[in-house]
Design a protein around this ligand. Structure first.
Ligand code: FMN
Length: 348
């Protein structure tokens, strides 16, 4: 494996030279094999992306948010979102809802369907979700949040976690108080995205709130927000003293970020990103998993989004992407990628 020292311009914060600890951590009985987790990402984190992320070093991965109502109605699209591949186990299924009884029933179903861990979405800021009093709306409704957490925890044997924002706003629904209530309700771990609902995705994630949450509870705390590089992942984890770091947007098209973060944490060395041949193999594996999960046309549509991310920064990749968009046959997509990476267009 080719390695390099971390770039000087991406230095770790002062006082962060503590001896690295490789071990992951447990959420109840579930082993998170290392501290770098794939975030739930609607439209992306299906079983194919999760399996790729796990193979590329993620310690754990979550489904995108699953509406408890649609799940209980066996909506075809929702069941597709909740589908998993045996090789990715253990995995977490994220539930979203506003009604404690529906969440309880959905949790029971998810456990029966094979989920190893359940996560309650208390972070989605989308207007449609908030209007339904679910997602991040739960940050401003402590009673409703507590009912949902207690009902979900009581209904299953598998661990239940929550994913919070740093608050509803700066003034309302502070993550520290919500985290304490979550721990008291039997929640097994907490992820905090360091932005308020009112911020949506604007501004910078506040990792001081994540550190403050970690200091308030005894259960594992996973920090999340704006981690784009392995250096940032390790620095954020050490800076906030949290148990893990969840990576979302930064891992789309760059799943090797997980292994790189782990290598940096444990050895202090930073592996090189994959060259052309390794990237080609990775992309074809991803395409193969999508074909296992979806009818051919649908799998290809999903692959296009990931392709754009994988090919970011590669020479003449815009033309390749445009060409891929004209292809309707996975074998033709494979041939085009092989041609690109072996035909001298890409510098491996
Ligand atoms: C396209 C997209 C889809 C997302 N879907 C979900 C979701 O289904 N459930 C959830 O809890 N968070 C979701 N999030 C939020 C991410 O999990 C994460 O908290 C956020 O992107 C900040 O982390 P990052 O800076 O590493 O991306 C989504 C974010 C994006 C950009």
């Amino acid at each position: 494996m080719r390695c390099s020292a971390p770039r000087a311009d991406a230095a770790l914060p002062q006082g962060s030279a503590a001896p690295p600890v490789a071990a992951g951590f447990r959420i109840g009985p579930v082993l998170v094999s290392n501290p770098f987790l794939l975030a739930p990402l609607s439209g992306y984190s299906d079983a194919a992306m999760r399996l790729i992320a796990r193979e590329e070093g993620a310690g754990f991965a979550f489904t995108e948010m699953i509406s408890c109502i649609a799940y209980l109605h066996d909506s075809r699209r929702t069941l597709q979102r909740a589908a998993w591949l045996p090789e990715e186990k253990p995995f977490g299924l994220q539930l979203m809802g506003a009604d404690a009884d529906l969440m309880r029933r959905a949790a029971e179903k998810a456990q029966r369907d094979g989920a190893d861990l359940l996560d309650i979405n208390m972070g989605c800021p989308a207007r449609r979700i908030v209007r339904a009093e679910s997602g991040s709306a739960l940050m401003r409704s402590p009673e409703s949040a507590e009912r949902i957490m207690r009902a979900t925890v009581a209904s299953v044997d598998i661990p239940v976690t929550v994913k919070l924002r740093s608050g509803w706003s700066r003034e309302i629904g502070d993550a520290r108080a919500v985290a304490e209530a979550a721990e008291a309700a039997g929640i097994a771990a907490i992820t905090v995205h360091g932005r308020t609902q009112t911020q949506k995705f604007a501004g910078k994630a506040d990792w001081e709130v994540i550190q403050a949450v970690k200091e308030r509870v005894r259960i594992p705390v996973i920090g999340n927000g704006d981690v784009e590089t392995a250096v940032e992942a390790v620095a954020r984890m050490r800076g906030a003293g949290c148990d893990g770091v969840m990576i979302g947007r930064g891992a789309i098209g760059r799943p090797w970020l997980f292994a790189a973060s782990l290598a940096l944490l444990t050895t202090g060395m930073l592996p090189e990103p994959p060259g052309g041949e390794a990237l080609l193999r990775l992309m074809l594996r991803h395409l193969g998993y999508l074909q296992r999960l979806y009818p051919a046309g649908q799998g290809l549509l999903r692959f296009r989004k990931h392709c754009a991310a994988y090919l970011r920064g590669w020479p003449q990749s815009k033309a390749l992407r445009a060409h891929l968009h004209t292809l309707c046959d996975p074998a033709a997509v494979e041939a085009a990628l092989v041609g690109y990476f072996s035909g001298g267009h890409a510098s491996a």
